[in-house]
Design a protein around this ligand. Structure first.
Ligand code: GRG
Length: 304
């Protein structure tokens, strides 16, 4: 029953996220009067609509909902965060970074359009995310909007996702094995920061008190770590399935992953322990946290 409730919420939030993103990116509803280059707008829509699990919006919406906050403003905040995530994927797929041809089961943005267009589409998603989160309809209280904006900037920037990506790229060119501490720090920035932001933004919008905020931040950090170990495991399993060797373009990379550091069995144990600890962090919320509890299980055990 719990899993059914979770699955239907996951589908419902993904649908409302899609609708809100579509609306926010509709030519006639975009703010300002200037002409939008149609091909760029098409690339932006291609990079953000029609795919993805929408896990970050889900965590934001469900955290806020647990605390009694719902509505369009919450969805706008969720979409701003998802725009940052989508921009990171568009840029990560570029030849200068991961050089991928496929994303979410279709050609990457630079393959479907061109490189310059994909760079600009990412740039525009990044800046538009801040327009959306800081603008009045997101929350009636300007202090909350200011907090959400600063929190998102910090999660996405130098000390968060972008910084983590830089550490990851640097690490790959090193010859020596990576330490566990380094991999954990890099991952907490590269992917953990946005997942933690989802929960913390939901907590801010929902008006969590100090104790609730601390518990939810603990949950968000553990869930972010579980997400990334799960990703490392899925990657390693995918590589093994590809004829027992690492996939072509990854063959000579010194990947900074927890599977590389711990081995696959230990990594699986760590993933499961992180999910358990994330769930324990919610104990103070009782039954109200059942969807977030399932979200931690889903994050750790997902197949894609
Ligand atoms: C380019 C600034 C910049 C940052 C890139 C997050 C990131 C940093 C790159 C993504 C590379 C990658 C595949 C990382 C592994 C974890 C991850 C973010 C997977 C994709 O997230 P999901 O599974 O994707 O939530 P969907 O498609 O469901 O949204």
């Amino acid at each position: 029953v719990l899993r059914d409730a979770f699955s239907s919420r996951l589908v419902a939030v993904a649908e409302s996220t899609e609708q809100m993103l579509d609306r926010l990116l509709s030519p006639h509803l975009l703010p300002g009067e200037k002409t939008r280059p149609p091909r760029l707008l098409e690339a932006i829509r291609y990079g953000s609509l029609g795919g993805g699990k929408r896990l970050r919006p889900f965590l934001l919406v469900e955290t806020a909902r647990m605390l009694g906050a719902e509505g369009e403003g919450v969805l706008r905040a969720a979409c701003a965060l998802e725009m940052i995530h989508c921009y990171s994927l568009v840029h990560d797929d570029l030849p200068a970074m991961d050089n991928d041809d496929l994303r979410r089961g279709r050609p990457t943005c630079h393959k479907a359009f061109d490189e310059a267009c994909a760079i600009l589409a990412g740039d525009a998603l990044l800046t538009y995310a801040f327009d959306v989160i800081a603008d009045t309809p997101t929350h009636p209280d300007p202090a909350v909007r200011a907090d959400l904006t600063v929190m998102l900037a910090r999660a996405a920037g130098l000390g968060g996702m972008v910084g983590g990506q830089a550490l990851d790229l640097e690490a790959e060119s090193r010859k020596e094995p990576h330490s566990r501490e380094f991999v954990m720090l890099m991952q907490s920035m590269k992917t953990g920061a946005l997942l933690l932001n989802a929960v913390e933004a939901g907590a801010r919008i929902g008006g969590a008190d100090a104790a609730q905020r601390a518990a939810l931040s603990h949950y968000g950090a553990l869930l972010g770590a579980a997400f990334q170990v799960a990703d490392d495991i899925l990657d390693a399993e995918g590589d093994t399935a590809a004829l027992g060797k690492r996939a072509g373009k990854d063959a000579d990379r010194n990947k900074a992953t927890l599977v590389a550091v711990l081995g696959i069995d230990e990594a699986r144990k760590r993933r499961d322990a992180l999910a358990r600890e994330a769930i324990e962090a919610l104990s103070g919320f009782g039954d109200k946290a059942s969807i977030l509890v399932e979200a931690a299980r889903f994050t750790a055990l997902r197949k894609s």
